[in-house]
Design a protein around this ligand. Sequence first.
Ligand SMILES: O=c1[nH]c(=O)c2[nH]c(=O)[nH]c2[nH]1
Length: 307
Amino acid sequence: MAEKIKGMRLEQRHGKARVRVGRVWKTEDGRHSFAEWSVSITLLSDCLPAYIHGDNSSIVATDTMKNTVYVKAKECSEQISMEDFAIGLGKHFTSFYEQVTAAIIKIVEKPWERMYIDGQSHEHGFKLGSEKHTTEVTVKKSGALLVTSGIEGLAVLKTTKSGFEGFVRDKYTILPETRERMLATEVTASWRYSFESLSSIPAKPLYFNERYLNVKKVLVDTFFGPPKEGVYSPSVQSTLYQMAEAVLARFPDISSIQLKMPNIHFLPINLSTKDNLIVKFEDDVYLPTDEPHGSIEASLSRILSKM
Ligand SMILES: O=c1[nH]c(=O)c2[nH]c(=O)[nH]c2[nH]1
């Protein structure tokens, strides 16, 4: 919310960050599902008197926002995607409070995965996985909507089929050209759905969970290529673009995707003195590093033709 006061501009918003909630759903035959979410709420709300006059009469307390997360979690009697949960919260805040014009709900899911024991899925046992599913939903009072979902911390590595050649060489350049190197990254992705109003959201239960898994699979499959032969990557940039393009080609309901793919370096180990070669690098022994890392990011969007 931006407003003019005394010839100046005030922009303000308030909310509650990182409200943690765990929710169990149980079917009659004894199978449990579980989700753990960290929910952050931001409300755009007409509450200027609080800033200017110390008058809190139009403030929705952030404590109330926190409680609402638990109430709404309780009300979800069936398993629900966190995108749908976020949309429900946004709908609540924008319709229940007159002064609230928009709500931005962000959720990060802790990656609890169903446990398998001797190949059989466990009815109520879960273990922590690695990459996280994220979402950010903006709901306006008008019913206008913006839904993005994403992945954080998808760490992937391949030991060959990667190179980097033909880049700028100048007096500061020492990096050798190569067609044989390790490629490692930790993908952060976020994609925007094309649904723009509450009424256009798919009614299918767990639609967004299924999409998340599908998108993750397309990203991973494109990064690695087929299991036997793989696929050659001429740069992180090229692989990133192919991953983004594959997602947009495959999913018509996704209108744009942003990818961040740091180039996490594994340095060749060469140990030698003037007359003693102790370890010669043969694409085998590396020094793993976290920093510095290359930082490569891009977003790809459909250009919608206006008729
Ligand atoms: O795939 C790469 N992209 C770069 O931009 C870059 N820069 C660099 O030093 N190594 C690499 N690798």
